[in-house]
Design a protein around this ligand. Structure first.
Ligand code: SF4
Ligand code: SF4
Length: 379
């Protein structure tokens, strides 16, 4: 197998194909601290792309409660078991990726095929908490809470080394050279389900009506027009931002994706040890115990949590960028923060978003002589 460099695991690894880099790479950052599990994103995607026959069970975007939620059932626990958990030495992953583990077994990608039953409970584990129930009152003063759960929204990660693509015997899956979105060619696909098996995130799904596999298409018609995906545009909690991410050595400080992932390193890949180099990044939840987060988001968790908890209150640039999340339906390629305002710009340089770092506070008199009323809400 050719060797490719995977910066998320800090080393070279084996991958079935030579490395290639699209002109631009689709990317997104989700702030888990703000997700309220309203599932608007799931429905926005479902009504747009998966309302047809054979797609009834599909949720290209889903939101699961961690630690107990999972769609399909136990997708991540099963893959972690197969590759032997996660072993890191500093920022270097010293365990096996799904590609390296497969070599031992004479396969291309280590994976499993979920059963129909596994796909049948999309919100299993919703709001189930981990930890010991509280005794003696309800005040929590620990930074990481003794009882916890959090919401994990998930879409296809449009990986740089996709497991779905690597495992397809027909070479029906490709990364678009202009935007890095991973697509299944419906003409070539013969429905062998090897992509379903090979995607460790279980974001390729089989349509029994058409006999072909399908997956999130990154709303590519919108991306071509410079617009954010349906799930990102419709997000009620404004937890999401979409953009184009650079390789670490080409990171630009004024690119929102590069700033969050490469410069401040506050947004992290999900299960980087799988080895697919996912391009959706997460700001980890700050109330969750760190050991759990380390196995999910890797060793960068310690720094990301410190920045979010301790540095954010005195960092107007990071505050400004976080406030630009969900502020426009257009893909921002540049941002800046000046004079108390954060500004976002699209690819032609036009400003498409402007938000204040501090919301102005207006206090009005309690008594309104025009209507002869006394108001209770004066701010
Ligand atoms: S998340 Fe899965 S389906 Fe999406 S590109 Fe990666 S391996 Fe393929
Ligand atoms: S729409 Fe946004 S806030 Fe609502 S569940 Fe989806 S990601 Fe979370």
């Amino acid at each position: 197998m050719p060797k490719v460099y995977n910066w998320q695991i800090g080393r070279e690894m084996e991958y079935p194909y030579e490395p290639g880099r699209p002109d631009k790479q689709f990317s997104a950052v989700f702030d888990t601290n703000k997700c309220i599990a309203c599932q608007t994103c799931s429905i926005a995607c479902k009504t747009t792309w998966t309302s047809g026959r054979g797609q009834e069970y599909m949720l290209w975007n889903n939101v699961e409660s961690k630690p107990y939620g999972s769609f399909p059932l136990q997708w991540d626990l099963k893959v972690l078991d197969m590759i032997g958990g996660a072993s890191w030495e500093g920022d270097r992953y010293v365990g096996k990726t799904i590609f390296e583990k497969a070599v031992e077994n004479g396969q291309t990608v280590e994976g499993f095929l979920p059963t129909l039953e596994d796909w049948s409970y999309p919100n299993c584990g919703e709001d189930e908490m981990a930890g010991e129930p509280l005794v003696g009152g309800y005040h929590i003063d620990e930074v990481a809470h003794p009882v916890w759960f959090y919401y994990l929204p998930r879409i296809c990660n449009h990986c740089s080394f996709p497991g779905c693509l690597a495992n397809c015997p027909r070479q029906s899956i490709y990364k678009r050279p202009d935007n890095g979105i991973v697509l299944i060619d419906q003409e070539r696909c013969h429905g062998y389900k090897q992509c379903v098996k090979g995607c460790p995130y279980k974001k390729a799904m089989f349509n029994s009506e058409t006999g072909r596999s399908e997956k999130c298409i990154g709303c590519y018609p919108k991306a071509e027009a410079g617009l954010a995906t349906q799930c990102i545009e419709q997000c009620i909690g404004k937890i999401r931002i979409q953009g184009w991410i650079s390789p670490p050595e080409q990171a630009r400080e004024d690119n929102p994706m590069d700033y969050l992932v490469h410069v401040r390193k506050v947004a992290l890949p999900i299960y980087p040890q799988f080895g697919t180099l996912p391009n959706v990044y997460y700001i980890p939840p700050m109330t969750v115990p760190e050991p759990f987060l380390r196995q999910m988001f890797g060793p960068g968790v310690t720094r990301a949590l410190r920045i979010y908890r301790e540095e954010l209150p005195n960092d107007p640039e990071l505050q400004g960028l976080l406030l630009l999340f969900g502020s426009t339906n257009q893909i921002m390629t540049r941002f800046d923060v000046r004079d108390g305002w954060a500004h976002g710009y699209r690819r032609d340089g036009k400003e498409v978003a402007r938000v204040p770092i501090t919301e102005p506070l207006v206090v009005r008199p309690a008594y309104d002589p025009q209507y002869d009323v006394v108001r209770l809400d004066t701010t």
